[in-house]
Design a binder for this molecule. Structure first.
Ligand code: AMP
Length: 222
């Protein structure tokens, strides 16, 4: 029987397309998808204590503390079962080790770890051009789509906004955090699980990347 990969990590820098690709893969393969960034933004929009605490870090381009990130992802995984496509978690080796231990204890190992690789110049260009729908969370390149802040989301009709961490000040911090905290996560899985680790050039077109990812996720590949 053909069964696609069940437990997948999508790693990559800000604006590498993790969210967009995770969304497409989730629909194509019916694998539940979660973004810790989106979970935290939703907590913040609802004004929960956890959301407000998270915002004090995210708005400055910093990672939220590990225990907070682990708390939101654990709550999500408890409610969603042993199949998942994680986007934006783990972001530190502490989080990776926590996840590894939890999956080992549950006897549900990872099937695939994909790193979407992008140069810092391209990350900066995309972030400064990025618009996000306040309602559905879809992102758009403003110049590519001829859109600006306050326009209507082509996907759902919501308002297009600039995320409060998509600023020049927060960007420098996010790049530093990415280099110091998240690149070691990439190294962790490249070393620990080379058989399931794949690096993809995130500078290519969205459809080309989706084709490559789909081939990896489909049964008996990679
Ligand atoms: P993202 O939407 O993935 O770009 O995440 C937005 C922000 O949420 C990040 O810049 C962090 O402040 C926070 N965040 C998301 N995921 C994590 C995580 N796994 N660990 C710590 N902070 C996170």
């Amino acid at each position: 029987m053909n069964v696609s990969k069940q437990r997948i990590l999508l790693l990559g820098p800000p604006a590498s397309g993790k969210g967009t690709q995770a969304d497409r893969l989730s629909r194509a393969f019916a694998i539940p998808h979660v973004s810790t960034g989106a979970l935290l933004r939703s907590e913040c929009a609802r004004g929960t204590t956890l959301g407000l605490e998270a915002d004090s870090w995210t708005s400055r381009g910093l990672l939220v503390p590990d225990d907070l990130a682990v708390r939101v992802i654990t709550a999500w995984m408890t409610g969603n079962g042993p199949r998942f496509l994680l986007d934006g978690f783990p972001r530190t080796t502490g989080q990776a080790e926590h996840l590894d231990r939890a999956l080992e204890a549950a006897g549900t190992p990872l099937d695939l770890v994909i790193f979407l690789d992008l140069s810092e110049v391209e990350i900066a260009r995309r972030i400064m051009d990025r618009l996000t729908c306040a309602r559905c969370g879809t992102t758009f390149g403003g110049s590519l789509h001829g859109l600006k802040t306050g326009d209507t989301c082509p996907a759902c009709g919501g308002d297009l906004i600039r995320r409060n961490d998509d600023t020049a000040e927060a960007l420098a911090e996010r790049l530093r955090v990415y280099r110091e905290s998240t690149i070691p996560v990439v190294t962790h899985y490249r070393d620990k699980a080379p058989g399931i680790f794949h690096s993809i050039d995130a500078g290519e077109g969205s459809d080309e990347i989706f084709e490559k990812l789909s081939a990896l996720v489909a049964a008996n590949q990679g």
